[in-house]
Design a protein. Structure first.
Length: 150
């Protein structure tokens, strides 16, 4: 039995230690906001927070998340920066298909939590591992920049 703290709530799950956190979130806990993309930590679609850091849930064994605070897109609006990022996403009309957006938002929030006044280089570096098939990168960077300048 694994005990996980997700978005401030405790969840007990009976899963193998090596089960990827992504599948625990989606299949066991029905938290489907975190998406599956590549399965090899290259696209960023499955990005969640582990103690505030952006990590890829598709390759993170659930046992590595025990004892840490996990944040998902379902809980992102509980922080002021999360709310600001979501508002900026709407203001800058970032979303097209929307599939990568939970991971993009989670990466952006982690960046801004660590660097509230992130500059262009920090934004590009932090977001470089998150792919968007619709190529909304310019709008994503503009949305993040607007929060960092607020």
């Amino acid at each position: 039995m694994q005990k996980l703290s997700i978005n401030g709530q405790t969840h007990e799950v009976d899963v193998p230690d090596d089960m990827p956190l992504l599948w625990v979130l989606r299949d066991v806990l029905a938290m489907t906001g975190t998406k599956y993309g590549c399965g090899i930590a290259q696209c960023g679609v499955c990005t969640v927070h582990l103690d505030g850091r952006a990590v890829r849930a598709c390759v993170l064994p659930v046992s590595a998340a025990v004892g840490h605070e996990i944040g998902t897109i379902e809980g992102v609006a509980t922080s002021a920066i999360g709310q600001q990022v979501q508002a900026a996403w709407l203001e800058h009309e970032v979303v097209q298909c929307g599939y990568c957006q939970p991971g993009q938002i989670m990466a952006a929030v982690a960046l801004l939590e660590e660097h509230p006044k992130a500059d262009d280089e920090q934004i590009v570096t932090a977001m470089s591992g998150n792919l968007c098939r619709c190529a909304t990168y310019t709008r994503i960077r503009a949305a993040i920049k607007s929060v960092s300048q607020a």
